[in-house]
Design a protein around this ligand. Structure first.
Ligand code: FES
Length: 148
């Protein structure tokens, strides 16, 4: 995928090893950026294809993340759920350049806006921001999106 609108999001080292950060955007759900094995970086909509769980709060192993809600395994490179589960999460392009993680401004503005957080059930709780401070749910502090 080729983009000419990369914007710097954070340093690679701002993402915990085998961890994730969330990028808030003006419209649409957050984007989760993951630091996988061998410092490869991936970005997916922060929404599990099963019931909308916050993938940024899952366990990263190798180049996959286990959803914190029901443990589906999602491939970071493709957003696809591992068999026997079926479904996929929207994927975002990532450029790692000079130790800085970049996302496409156009994708952040326009991609996967149709998805919403479930309004009931456990997936609602993951994003109750300030109230959850200190809990495991906020292990990943959101990265504020800087416009270049
Ligand atoms: S919501 Fe992710 S496994 Fe169910």
């Amino acid at each position: 995928m080729h983009h000419d609108d990369w914007i710097a999001i954070c340093a690679l080292d701002d993402i915990p090893v085998l961890g994730a950060r969330r990028v808030a955007r003006a419209r649409g759900l957050d984007v989760a950026i993951f630091r996988g094995a061998a410092d490869r970086v991936f970005a997916l909509l922060d929404r599990c294809p099963h019931k909308g769980g916050p993938l940024s709060q899952g366990i990263v192993f190798g180049e996959s993340v286990a959803c914190p809600l029901h443990n589906w395994t999602i491939a970071l490179a493709t957003g696809e759920a591992a068999a026997p589960d079926e479904g996929s999460t929207a994927r975002f392009s990532v450029l790692l350049d000079g130790g800085v993680v970049h996302l496409s401004a156009r994708e952040l503005a326009e991609h996967a806006l149709e998805f919403t957080r479930p309004h009931a059930g456990p997936a609602c709780r993951g994003h109750a921001e300030p109230a959850a401070a200190g809990s495991a749910a906020l292990r990943s502090v959101p990265v504020t999106l800087q416009r270049a």
